[in-house]
Design a protein around this ligand. Structure first.
Ligand code: IVH
Length: 660
């Protein structure tokens, strides 16, 4: 694309995005889906990356929800966000009930609610309008995440007949269904999978990229009135009032006496699967609000409620087979293939067995019935074999002595429990290598995930990463499930990746111990790939964070005939070998900067890139280790903290002078 054409396109896209953002945020009446909106931002970001001369601080790619956002202003909670005391058995639950009834001198009503496994937030409304939302933080002070909360569809922006002042507490979560969709999309794009809905929700609420916030469909459920200018008699009455105002309210059931609650607590535990969100317990709360006040709190938690925690869900499944997968670096990983079971809201048909030692320890065999558990990880784990159900004639399982993909001999890693394939031409390794090459933190080729790579390799179109750059749209369009349009999109995504530069290219090569970070430091030191290849092992060891082992891996990799061939093909295909991170000089070497407030002449990313180009580092928070703080307009708590620690503070003009 020509410069002039790019400029025109960038301007048109910016206007389009601004219009959609206005419709979404100001009119609350979007005319395109979140997904389409993301695509627009993504295209714009790609163009800006390819033509950085047109990047400007007011581009929507540099902002959240149309407004620049500090990360993140502190919000003191008007009423502290306390945590709950956990109980793990019926006895402990009864003891809680007795404590409450003894203190109150009589029977009491309790309600039982699911304990949603998300992120606690306090939402403040003024005269019925959403005013501010904050994370829990340390319970006394949270972070202002209002901008991100405005992207939560189930959070009402205005209320029906609300009290003048209202603060409610609730949980932000990602439903199991949205989480599965989100991970499916990430897999197609070759991005790392998110471990669990809770982490996905937390990451989403506390990040600044509007693309990510909008993509992750966050939801809200409220369960407590923190403060209200209107009074309620009971907790359940307050929940009903919240429902009438328009909030999504936690499901609850009311019981007289603690003993009556037990069945509901057990019921929720047994029916965890049927809830649309992950839950890790039940909350049992005293219903009468005046009596709650009478009981008060300990230093940590209220005396009027407890959380009954369920153990992680475990289920039995039958091992149909033990499959052995060969990873990008040749490591053999055994996996139990299971008869599909529903576990913690998702369908599970395989579970990791880690390595030979793990298999030996549990003595897992094909045909066994095993207990499977999901404990916050993406891949479930086999935790125990039910030996009473072992069929006759099973054999202990041994990993093969040769690679199941290419037949090359397998060797045990000297430093660990893993077996590794020695075949340089192993097709399984080759496939994963290409997937790694195209991944988000490497060459970032949009749309080139494992499934597409598999069909490209299967059709014989691609054998190595470099082959990608020789593909034509008509070849790709021939593949199953690939239309003309998606083929063209893929080719243009591959095309754009030619300009990613040295740091990403190095990380894409998949050289052992050379990931994103090492790629970056090497690209800061060397202007291009040829200069890097000419460096000796001793020279490489001078680069910060590069040790003797990494230097050895690098020189070995560059020396191999296979790598040389790849490099030749990439060069001929016009893939850039130039560094974009080259150090201009090392005037900031060893210095850590913190940026705060709004800078007039740079975006945060630009200022960060400039500091890094001079050998400095940028950190998000002020500590004793901070060397300098650059304070722009309306700087807040970071500036105050820097002043109190006596850290030198620069104005933007002074910062500019240092760069000259
Ligand atoms: S009540 C002081 N109700 O559990 C009472 N909490 O360890 C306020 N949570 O951080 C909490 N579902 O984020 C309450 N139905 C529910 C809840 C709930 C989830 C979370 C909350 C809190 C944690 C307590």
């Amino acid at each position: 694309m020509e410069r002039a054409e790019a400029k025109e396109k960038i301007e048109a896209l910016r206007a389009e995005v601004a219009e959609h953002a206005r419709r979404y945020y100001e009119e609350d009446a979007p005319t395109i889906s979140d997904f389409e909106y993301d695509r627009l931002i993504h295209t714009l970001a790609e163009l800006e990356q390819a033509f950085p001369e047109f990047l400007s601080p007011d581009s929507p790619t540099q902002r959240v929800g149309g407004r620049a956002s500090e990360k993140f202003a502190p919000v003191p909670h008007a009423v502290p966000l306390e945590s709950l005391t956990d109980v793990f058995s019926q006895e402990e639950l009864f003891a809680f009930g007795e404590r409450v009834q003894n203190a109150l001198d009589g029977e009491a009503d309790f309600d039982v609610e699911p304990k949603i496994d998300g992120l606690s937030v306090a939402l403040e409304y003024r005269n019925g309008s959403f005013y501010r939302g904050a994370t829990r933080g340390d319970g006394e002070t949270g972070e202002d995440v209002t901008d991100n909360l405005r992207t939560v569809r189930s959070l009402p922006q205005s209320l029906h007949e609300a009290p003048e002042r209202l603060i409610v507490r609730g949980e932000i979560y990602i439903s199991k269904a949205s989480f599965e969709q989100l991970n499916a999309r990430r897999e197609i794009r070759g991005e790392a999978l998110l471990a669990n809905p809770r982490n996905a929700a937390a990451g989403s609420l506390r990040q600044l990229d509007p693309k990510v916030a909008a993509e992750r469909q966050l939801d809200l459920i409220v369960y407590n009135v923190q403060l209200s200018s209107r009074e309620y008699e009971s907790h359940t009455a307050s929940l009903e009032a919240l429902r009438a105002m328009g909030f999504p309210v936690v499901p609850y059931k009311l019981y007289d006496g603690i003993r009556a609650c037990v069945e509901q607590v057990a019921w929720i535990g047994e029916h965890r699967d049927t809830f649309p969100y992950e839950l890790d317990g039940a909350v049992i709360k005293l219903n009468d609000l005046a009596r709650r006040a009478q009981l008060g709190s300990t230093a940590k938690a209220p005396r009027w409620a407890v959380a009954y925690k369920y153990p992680p869900e475990k289920k039995q499944g039958r091992v149909l087979d033990i499959a052995v997968q060969v990873g990008r670096t040749g490591v053999l990983t055994p996996r139990a293939v299971l008869e599909p079971i529903r576990l913690a809201g998702t369908t599970v048909s395989s579970a990791t067995l880690h390595n030979q030692d793990f298999i030996d320890r549990l003595d897992v065999r094909i045909g066994d019935t095993v207990w499977v558990q999901k404990a916050g990880e993406i891949i479930p784990e086999v935790v125990e074999v039910d030996k009473s159900r072992r069929p006759a004639g099973t054999q202990p399982f041994r990993l093969p002595a040769v690679c199941p993909e290419c037949g090359s001999p397998v060797v045990r890693d000297p430093d660990g429990a893993f077996l590794r394939c020695t075949g340089a031409e192993c097709p399984a390794q080759r496939l994963r290598h290409i997937v790694h090459f195209a991944a988000k933190d490497a060459m970032d080729i949009d749309g080139l995930g494992p499934a597409v790579v598999e069909s490209l390799v299967g059709a014989g179109l691609v054998r190595s990463p470099a082959d990608l750059y020789y593909l034509s749209a008509s070849q790709v369009a021939e593949l199953d499930r690939m239309g003309k349009k998606s083929a063209e999109n893929l080719i243009s995504a591959i095309d754009v990746s030619r300009q990613r530069g040295l740091a990403r290219l190095l990380s894409a090569f998949g050289i052992r111990q050379v990931g994103e970070k090492a790629g970056k430091v090497l690209a800061q030191r060397y202007p291009n790939l040829d200069a890097l290849m000419a460096a000796s092992q001793e020279e490489l060891m001078q680069v910060p964070d590069v040790g003797a082992v990494t230097a050895q891996y690098l020189t070995d990799w560059f020396a191999s005939e296979q790598s040389q061939h790849q490099i030749r093909l990439l060069r001929e295909a016009g893939v850039s070998f130039e560094s974009r991170e080259q150090l201009r000089d090392s005037r900031f070497a060893g210095k850590t900067f913190v940026l705060t407030g709004t800078l007039e002449h740079y975006t945060r990313d630009q200022a960060k890139a400039l500091i890094e180009a001079c050998g400095g580092k940028v950190s998000g928070s002020v500590s004793k280790k901070t060397s300098l703080v650059v304070a722009g307009a309306a700087a807040g708590s970071k500036l105050t903290r820097a002043q109190s620690l006596g850290i030198p503070i620069l104005s933007e003009t002074e910062f500019q002078a240092m760069l000259e």
